[in-house]
Design a protein around this ligand. Structure first.
Ligand code: 5GP
Ligand code: ZN
Length: 115
């Protein structure tokens, strides 16, 4: 499949990995918008939040468990934000479900994410 994030998981495109287990992979965003900006993705290809179903939804819990582990490991005690963009209006650019973990600065709040 011609998917950028599937290629990153497969090691065909380099990345800076920050977490991996049997189901979840996480790496540094190539264009960070906060001091901490990681992407958490399922190893199985899911095109985005709109493609989450009763059958595959367990992966979302696994991703959030991974996020909690990394937040604890990196002592993000003053806070962090998790964002997923779905579709054109939200600015999704990679059609493989991903959750942005943002931290390391005080963030505002708006529909444009406020970061
Ligand atoms: P989206 O805009 O779809 O919510 O998020 C996609 C994210 O992937 C963007 O923040 C972008 O910087 C990041 N990204 C795009 N291509 C690459 C890449 O080749 N490597 C890494 N590490 N991040 C990427
Ligand atoms: Zn993919």
């Amino acid at each position: 499949m011609d998917c950028l994030f599937c290629k990153i998981i497969a090691g065909e495109i380099p990345c800076t990995k920050v977490y991996e287990d049997d189901f979840v992979f996480a790496f540094k965003d190539i264009s960070p918008i906060a001091p901490v900006h990681y992407l958490f993705i399922p190893k199985a290809h899911i095109s985005g939040a709109a493609a989450v179903t009763e059958e595959n939804a367990v992966i979302v819990g696994k991703i959030f468990t991974a996020i909690a582990k990394v937040a604890a490991r990196e002592q993000l005690d003053s806070g962090f934000r998790v964002i997923t963009n779905n579709g054109a209006d939200a600015g999704q650019t990679v059609p493989h479900l991903h959750f942005h973990l943002l931290a390391g600065k005080e963030m505002g709040w708006s529909a444009e994410s406020g970061v």
